[in-house]
Design a protein around this ligand. Structure first.
Ligand code: FEO
Ligand code: CA
Ligand code: CA
Length: 684
C-alpha cells in the first residue's frame, strides 16, 4: 500500500532547524570528496541499463524461471527458501523509541529505563607501562600504546568459556580531528610531532574487556594479553594475486609484499572464523601523487595540501621517485586476528582496491565464503568476492589458520541493477512507480573469475589494483555512495546503505534510475538484495528499496510500505542485525539534513510492521553514530561515537563527551574535551 507522506505520522519529533553538513567532516574524513567532481566519469553501460529497464516483473519471471525467482521475490515475512528462517521481532530488545534530538544537544540520549557507560575512550592506556592520557602533551610513543581516535567499526567478541565475563573488543580508528585534539602551535617540531601522533591515532585497537556478569557494563583490562595497537608503522603482509606485482613495489619494499600500516579504516566485519576485516576507505586524501588516469579515478590529489604527512614520512608524496606506487598499497580489505597479538595482519588483494567501507561475510551452502563490500563514493559500485576454497569447520587452530587464507583467492564481482518499472515512471522525486516499488533484478558481473581476468585489456593484477577502472568497463551500476553492505544472518538477504548523493541528476552527472531514484539525493536509501535461490554465490539477484530516507512527512520518502508512526532517518551508514534478524542502522549526516543529532534506529524487516523505524539513541553534538553492535540477548547495545564536537577548536570545544568534566581540565583520566569513545547502552 502506498502511504501519502502527509498522512504518515512521525514519532514525536521535537522542533528543529535545518543545519548544514559539517565542513570539518568533509575536510578531515574524506578529503572534501563532495567538493570535487565525482571521480567516476566513465560511460559504463549505465544508460543502456536504463533503456532496457522498461520490462515488467512478469516478463522477468518468465525469462529466468518463474519458480526460482518467485522464491527470491517472495514478500517479506515469508521464509526464504534455503535461508535459516525469517526475520521478525516480538522477541528482541524492548524499548520506547526516543524523540529525535536537536543537533545542538551535547549528550548521548537513550530510551527511558536505559543508561550508558563509556567503555573505551580515545587515549585510554592499553599496556601496563603506557603513559596516562595527557592531551596537552601527547607524544607519538604514547599514542601508539593508547586507544586511537575516531572509532568506527566495532565488535565485542565474547571469550569462550568465560560465562559472559570476558570479551575482546576490536575497533577501527578512521581519522583524526587535529583542530580539537591538539593545542595550537607555530613551532615546527611540535607540529611535526602532532602529525606523528595523528598517524599513530589511525588504525585499529584490540583490547580485552571484563565485567561482573551478563547485562553488566564492560570495562577495559589494561595490560591484558590480547591488547594491541595497529597503526601506520605496523607491518602488513600482502597476499592474493597482486602480491609482489610491480604495481605494489616501492623503494622501501622492492618485493611488493610488505606494507607499513593501514589507514582510514572505516567499517568492517567479523568473520565466521573469528578474525576482523577492516576497510581502508578514503586513503586517497593522505597522498599527493602524479596526475594519471588511475590516480584521478581514485580521487588522489595532485597538488599538496591536507595533512601534509610527507613532511614527516616521505612515502605520502607519491610524486617522488621510488614512491609512485605507495598509493596502490592502500584501499584494501585488511584482516586482523584479535586472538593472536603477534600475528601479521594481511592486506587481501583478491578483494580488489577501492574505497572499501566494510566487508561482511556469508557462508554459502557449498562452504565457500562470500564477502560483500561497498565503494563509498558518489556514483561508485557494490562488489562481492566469492572464495575459491571452502571454510573448514570447527574452532581448532588448524581450521582457523586454513580459514585465514580463504580471502586470498577467489572471484570478484560488481553489481549491475536493472529496474522493473518503465524509466519514465522514475521521475526523480522519490514517488513510487505504478507497481508501488523501487525494485528489479540484477547481475553480478565478473571482474576476476577462475583466476582469470574477465575485463578486456586488463590483467588480473591490474583489475585488482585498479578495480574501479575495471568495473567501469563492464557496465556496473553507479550507486549513491554505498556504505555498509551486510547479509542478514537470519534470512541471508543483503542490506546496503546508500548514504546520499547530492549530485544525482544534477548538471552533467548521471540521472536517476530505479535503484537510485531521487534527484539530489540528500538523505539516502536502503537497498535489500536477495540472491537467486538465496545462494550467495549466485550471479543473479532480486532487489528492492526498503527505505527511501528522510523526514517521513516529506514527499519522496518510503518506509517499506509501513503506515504507522516512524522515526525520521537520514544518511544511513552502518548496519547491524540483532538475534531476531531486525536491522539496525546508524546514521552519518542527520545534523545537516534534518537538524538532528545522528542516531541509531531499529528497522523491522518482516510482517505488517516491515519498514517501521524506531530510534534507539542519539549521539552527542557534532558526532556520528558508528559500529553498532546489538547484543539483544545480553540486553546491551554498543556504539562507537565518532568525532563528537568536531567543529570546535582547542580553545572552544563544542563537546565534553563522554567525561563531561570542566572544560580543559584533566582529572584522573577524565578530560574536559571530546573523546571519541565506545559506549555500552544497558538497562539502568
Ligand atoms: Fe567512513 Fe563511508 O564512511
Ligand atoms: Ca518497480
Ligand atoms: Ca561509514
Amino acid at each position: 500500500m502506498t502511504i501519502a507522506p502527509e498522512n504518515r505520522r512521525m514519532l514525536s519529533l521535537v522542533p528543529h532547524a535545518r543545519g548544514k553538513r559539517s565542513a570539518v567532516t568533509c575536510e578531515l574524513k574524506c578529503g572534501n570528496a563532495c567538493a570535487h567532481p565525482a571521480p567516476n566519469t566513465s560511460e559504463n553501460g549505465y544508460f543502456r541499463d536504463i533503456a532496457s529497464a522498461a520490462f515488467s516483473r512478469r516478463r522477468m519471471l518468465g525469462g529466468v524461471g518463474g519458480g526460482a525467482l518467485a522464491v527470491a521475490l517472495s514478500p517479506a515475512g515469508q521464509a526464504v527458501a534455503g535461508g535459516r528462517g525469517s526475520a521478525h521481532h516480538g522477541a528482541g530488545l524492548r524499548f520506547t523509541p526516543i524523540a529525535p534530538v536537536p543537533a545542538d544537544v551535547d549528550d548521548l540520549t537513550v530510551p527511558k529505563g536505559w543508561t550508558w557507560t563509556p567503555v573505551i575512550r580515545w587515549g585510554d592506556p592499553l599496556f601496563r607501562h603506557t603513559p596516562e592520557f595527557d592531551p596537552e602533551h601527547q607524544t607519538e610513543a604514547a599514542q601508539r600504546q593508547q586507544v586511537g581516535y575516531n572509532c568506527d567499526y566495532l565488535d565485542i567478541i565474547e571469550r569462550k568459556g568465560s560465562g559472559g565475563r570476558r570479551a575482546v573488543a576490536v575497533l577501527n580508528h578512521e581519522y583524526t580531528n587535529e583542530n580539537i585534539m591538539f593545542p595550537p602551535t607555530d613551532d615546527e617540531q611540535t607540529l611535526a610531532e602532532q602529525k606523528r601522533v595523528a598517524m599513530a591515532a589511525h588504525g585499529l585497537t584490540v583490547v580485552e574487556l571484563r565485567r561482573s556478569g551478563r547485562g553488566r557494563p564492560w570495562s577495559m583490562v589494561r595490560g591484558a594479553r590480547l591488547n594491541r595497537r595497529i597503526h601506520l608503522q605496523t607491518e602488513f603482509a600482502v597476499d592474493g594475486p597482486a602480491a609482489g606485482h610491480p604495481l605494489l613495489r616501492t623503494q622501501d619494499d622492492p618485493l611488493g609484499r610488505r606494507i607499513l600500516g593501514t589507514q582510514n579504516n572505516c567499517s568492517g566485519g567479523t568473520t565466521p572464523w573469528g578474525t576482523v576485516l577492516s576497510g581502508e576507505e578514503n586513503f586517497n586524501q593522505y597522498f599527493v601523487a602524479n596526475d594519471t588516469p588511475e590516480n584521478k579515478r581514485y580521487g588522489i590529489p595532485t597538488t599538496a595540501g591536507g595533512r601534509a604527512w610527507w613532511t614527516v614520512d616521505p612515502r605520502f608524496d607519491a610524486r617522488q621517485p621510488g614512491y609512485e606506487n605507495e598509493v596502490h598499497r592502500f584501499g584494501w580489505v585488511v584482516e586482523i586476528d584479535p586472538e593472536d597479538p603477534d600475528s601479521t595482519p594481511v592486506k587481501h588483494t583478491a578483494m580488489g582496491r577501492f574505497k572499501h567501507e566494510s566487508a561482511n561475510i556469508r557462508v554459502a551452502p557449498d562452504g565457500r565464503v562470500v564477502a560483500y563490500s561497498g565503494d563509498d563514493e558518489r556514483f561508485d559500485y557494490l562488489y562481492k568476492f566469492v572464495s575459491s576454497k571452502t571454510m573448514v569447520k570447527g574452532s581448532s587452530r588448524a581450521a582457523r589458520e586454513a580459514n585465514k587464507r580463504l580471502l586470498s583467492s577467489g572471484d570478484l564481482y560488481v553489481a549491475r541493477l536493472t529496474g522493473d518499472s518503465p524509466a519514465g515512471q522514475i521521475d526523480g522525486s522519490g514517488d513510487l512507480p505504478a507497481d508501488e516499488a523501487f525494485d528489479g533484478s540484477g547481475r553480478w558481473i565478473p571482474l576476476v573469475e577462475g583466476g582469470r581476468s574477465k575485463v578486456a585489456g586488463m590483467s588480473v593484477a591490474e583489475v585488482l589494483v585498479f578495480t574501479r577502472l575495471a568495473a567501469d568497463r563492464v557496465g556496473a551500476t553507479k550507486m549513491d555512495r554505498p556504505e555498509d553492505v551486510q547479509p542478514n544472518p537470519v534470512t541471508g538477504r543483503v542490506y546496503a546503505a546508500l548514504t546520499n548523493n547530492t549530485n544525482r541528476g544534477v548538471g552533467s552527472n548521471p540521472g536517476v534510475d530505479e535503484a537510485n531514484p531521487r534527484v539530489t539525493n540528500r538523505e539516502g536509501h536502503v537497498l535489500e538484495l536477495t540472491e537467486h535461490r538465496n545462494d550467495p554465490t549466485s550471479t543473479r539477484f532480486a532487489w528492492t528499496l526498503l527505505l527511501v530516507c528522510g523526514d517521513p512527512s516529506s514527499a519522496g520518502t518510503y518506509f517499506g510500505g509501513y503506515d504507522g508512526p516512524v522515526s525520521p532517518i537520514s544518511c544511513p551508514d552502518n548496519v547491524a542485525f540483532d538475534s531476531t534478524g531486525a536491522l539496525w542502522i546508524s546514521t552519518d549526516g542527520q545534523p545537516g539534513t534534518l537538524g538532528l543529532n545522528d542516531a541509531l534506529h531499529r528497522v523491522t524487516l518482516s510482517g505488517r510492521q516491515r519498514g517501521k523505524v524506531e530510534q534507539f539513541l542519539a549521539v552527542p553534538r557534532e558526532a556520528e553514530t558508528c559500529g553498532p553492535v546489538v547484543h539483544d540477548r545480553d540486553g546491551s547495545v554498543f556504539v562507537a561515537v565518532q568525532h563528537p564536537g568536531e567543529e570546535g577548536s582547542w580553545a572552544d570545544q563544542h563537546s565534553y563527551f563522554p567525561d563531561y568534566v570542566a572544560p580543559g581540565t584533566l582529572s584522573r583520566g577524565r578530560w574536559g574535551g571530546p573523546r571519541p569513545s565506545v559506549v555500552q547502552v544497558h538497562r539502568a
